[in-house]
Structures are given as C-alpha cells and as structure tokens.
Design a protein around this ligand. Structure first.
Ligand SMILES: Nc1ncnc2c1ncn2[C@@H]1O[C@H](COP(=O)(O)OP(=O)(O)O)[C@@H](O)[C@H]1O
Ligand SMILES: [Mg+2]
Length: 332
C-alpha cells in the first residue's frame, strides 16, 4: 500500500470520517504481518482496501506485482481470487456442511463436483477437521468453525490471506491453536498473511512483522523484535512490557536480545569496576527472538559508573523509549 487515504464522505447523519491517512505498508512474501490498533483505528478499512472491497480515496494497492487500483472491474475480480479473507464472525452458511461450505467458492468459480469435493476434503484435513466433513456449523465449536472458514478461504488457492479479528470471538485455547495453524499454513502453502487484531498477544504469538495503527495512521512498523526493542509509539511499548518503573537513582534499563546484546552484560561486568545488581526484569519471545528487559543498578566509584553507562549507551542496549531519561537519572 502506498500513501493510502480513505475518507468516508459525510452523510445526513454523520460528518465525514477519515479512516486512513497516508498509510504506506509493505508485506513481503511469506510474512505474517500483524496490523494492530485500538477499536476505530482503521484496521477493518485497511483490510477491505487491500482487496478493494473499499476503494481508497488516495494511494495505490499492489498485490503480487499487480497494481489493483489500476485494474478494470473484470480483471480486478480475477485478482481478488488471489486474496482470501476470514472474519471474526466466520460467515459460514448454517444450512451447509463443513465440506459444502468449503466447496462454495469453487462452485462459484465453476469447478467440477469431484474436483471441488477432493480439494475441500483435503483442505479440511489440513486444518485438522478431517473427521468433520459432514458436520454443520451449529455442531462445531468456534475454533472449528474458524478452521472451516480458513479452509474455505484457501480453496481458490489464494496467495494472500487477510484475517480481520479472526480470533476475537474465540476462547484463549482456540485462539492459540488457530494462530498456530495460520502460521503453519503460511509457511507450508507459501502464503503471505495479514493478521488484523486489537490484541497485542495475537501479534506476539503469530506474527514476524507488525504495523501499529492509531487514528488511521501508522505509528510504528517493522520486524516484531525491532519494534519491541526500539518502540516509537506508546502502543509499541506494550509489545515488551516494562517491568515496574525504575525506582531510585543509579538504575538503568537495558533491553537484551538473542541477537548479540546478551554480550553487553558480560562485557559490562568484565570491563568496568562496577557492581551490577538486577533490580527487575522480564523476558519474552517475539518472533524468533528472545528479549529481556532488565533494570540494573550500577554501584561503584562515580567515574567507573559513568564509564559503564557510557558503554551501555554506546552499545545501543539502552536505546528506546525513556532510555535517555533513565540514563540521566542514573548518572545523577
Ligand atoms: N462504511 C463506513 N462509513 C462511514 N464510516 C466508516 C465506515 N466504515 C468505517 N467507518 C469509520 O472509520 C473508522 C475506522 O473504522 P474501522 O476500519 O472499522 O476500524 P477498526 O476495524 O480498527 O475498529 C471509524 O471511525 C468508523 O466509524
Ligand atoms: Mg475492525
């Protein structure tokens, strides 16, 4: 998406609403991109703009090398088949079995009966419902219904899967297993997945990249680990919660990760004549990386403490929100 804006015009009842403002966002092939923001921040509008269910007011959408915003209606319809979508409310047909629900998009595309049966059966097998082909939605749990919806979305072999609050109606256990399934399917079927949610925990479990939306604007974006370690927005700090706020002078907060910052601690202790005490800390796994937030108290001669703090600042481990303030407090 390049410079996407979306303004809903004023109606007799409502003033005009700008749902998206200058949103640019790239999702590379194979990624699971989380789009997170509070209610009303424009997430669903963004999802609908990706396949042009909603025409953006400004900007361009390009999927798999094709600029959708430039396509005539007929070609757009064909391109849309390359984009699957699932929703919070599953939107299954109650009168149809799981198998017949998954067959539906293939039916509409004119695929012959035996071929679509086979494909639908295979997909239901893949999402773990091989024994539920003949069940109706009412006989399935929420998590199972969403699995049927996933199988249905995948039936036309899309390259892109859009998920709008796909787990928001599910209990925590079903949420976890549906998220794990989406991650697995993305890898196995070479999909590119956009996971829209208001829940940071969903992002932490399933995504490798994240875009944070607030009032229709992107306030932070990047690899999950990078955004967590160097947040540029209050929303991003929720990816990697800080331990209780540091108390007292001489406490410095450090973010350590599996990508080499761990060495910072070892070096700190080896090189500088300071005593290092861990005051508070937390560790989280984000994407493929482990992150720790540590609050350290450094004790020693002022000169040594200052040198150690300089080293930490220079190493980048104290980068991010509030680090300067913490450092200043520590030096004071
Ligand atoms: N069809 C529409 N007409 C007018 N306003 C809309 C329409 N769809 C969404 N909006 C408004 O756009 C804003 C973003 O909505 P939405 O994209 O649904 O946010 P989210 O999914 O993050 O909750 C909200 O202020 C909402 O009221
Ligand atoms: Mg929404």
């Amino acid at each position: 998406m390049r410079h996407i804006g979306k303004t809903f015009p004023a109606t007799r009842r409502q003033a005009a609403v700008t749902a998206l403002e200058d949103v640019s966002l790239t999702v590379d092939r194979g990624q699971v991109m989380g789009v997170v923001g509070p209610s009303g921040s424009g997430k669903s509008t963004l999802a609908r703009v990706v396949n042009l269910l909603e025409r953006p007011t400004t900007g361009t959408v390009t999927v798999d090398g094709t600029e959708l915003t430039a396509l005539p209606a007929r070609e757009l319809n064909r391109a849309r088949r390359g984009i699957g979508m699932i929703f919070q409310q599953f939107n299954l047909l109650d009168s149809r079995t799981a198998l017949a629900n998954v067959e539906l998009p293939l039916e509409l595309a004119g695929v012959g009966r035996s071929e679509r049966r086979a494909r639908a059966g295979e997909l239901l097998e893949r999402v773990g419902l091989g024994d539920k082909l003949g069940s109706h939605p009412a006989q399935l749990s929420g998590g199972q219904r969403q699995r049927v919806a996933i199988a249905r979305a995948l039936a036309p072999r899309p390259r892109v899967l859009l998920c709008d609050e796909a787990t928001s109606a599910l209990d925590p256990v079903s949420t976890a297993s549906v998220l794990d399934l989406l991650r697995t399917l993305t890898d196995e079927l070479d999909l590119t997945t956009v996971l829209i949610t208001h829940e940071m925990d969903v992002v932490k479990r399933a995504c490798d990249h994240v875009t944070l939306l607030e009032s229709g604007r992107v306030v932070d974006a990047g690899a999950l680990g990078d955004v967590a370690a160097r947040p540029h927005s209050p929303l991003a700090t929720r990816l990697l919660p800080h331990p209780a706020p540091p108390t007292g002078d001489g406490v410095v907060e450090l973010t350590v990760s599996g990508d080499g910052h761990d060495a910072v601690l070892t070096e700190l202790i080896r090189r500088y004549a300071v005593q290092v005490a861990v005051v508070a800390g937390s560790v989280e796994t984000l994407g493929d990386q482990r992150f720790g937030r540590l609050q350290l108290r450094l004790d020693g001669a002022p000169r040594d403490v200052r040198a150690a703090l300089d080293y930490l600042a220079q190493s980048g481990a104290t980068g991010g929100d509030g680090a300067d303030r913490l450092l200043a407090g520590a030096v004071a």
